[in-house]
Design a protein. Sequence first.
Length: 293
Amino acid sequence: MNVLSLFDGISCGKLALDRAGVTYDNYFSSEIDQFALQISSKNHTDIQQIGDVLNIQAEYLPQIDLLMGGSPCQGFSMAGKRLAFDDPRSALFFEFVKIMKITKPRFFLLENVRMKKEWLDIITEHMEVQPLLINSNAVAPQNRQRYYWTNIPNVGHPPMTSTQVLKDILEDNPPDNYNPGAALLAKHNGGDYLNPKYQGQANKIHNIEQKAPTICAGAKGYNYGFIKQNGRIRRLTPLEFERLQTLPDNYTEGVSDTQRYKACGNGWTVDVIAHIFKNLKLVQDYDARKNNS
């Protein structure tokens, strides 16, 4: 089985395949971010990197059995400028469609953020399957709603198997460099926002007794906000970002904190993708029994 992962990032899809027990012969990855590539290559020595999605000559690839990817979401995100397909990053979705038409994979998986219905309908029309909206909170301590388009049979919502909340994945004694500066702390009046003058996600102190809000790719994690633990207000650490995405501990280690936050925020919740791929494993097992009978 050959896998092609577009916009592969830090290869969360490969982790999910392995976690679901799906076997494959070749894993081809298209990614251009140098830090994502550094993280991916540190953790996986068997990935075959094929470069920029815009330069892929798909007709020369071997038969692709699984095509997957999370095309850049900045143009669709409710937190952005909502340029949709006028944003060149989100327009890369059409590269996924083009490569899918050329390679004709047996299975595909596309992921993207919640978005306006008119944009959702355009993607759905091209994918020719209805999307499934899954919240990562079923398998992780993070609320993260994402759309998934796939033709893998019988994929449904994952059962609510994770009772973890934010406090369950916190480090006990993270370094002091994750504390906000004294000037910022001086503005805190004990409320839900570190600086009550600015009441936005990046300034909010989140309740560690609840599921975390969606982490994103903002520099230094400030787009996430802050937490209060043992009387101390601080940002989450990169390790805690990894745990919210059900990545292995220290998976993104080896690059700067800024790049670790970005990599996690741009990545997939691995256990959600593994849930989807469990149905691919069932197909694979059925095919094996059929061939051996």
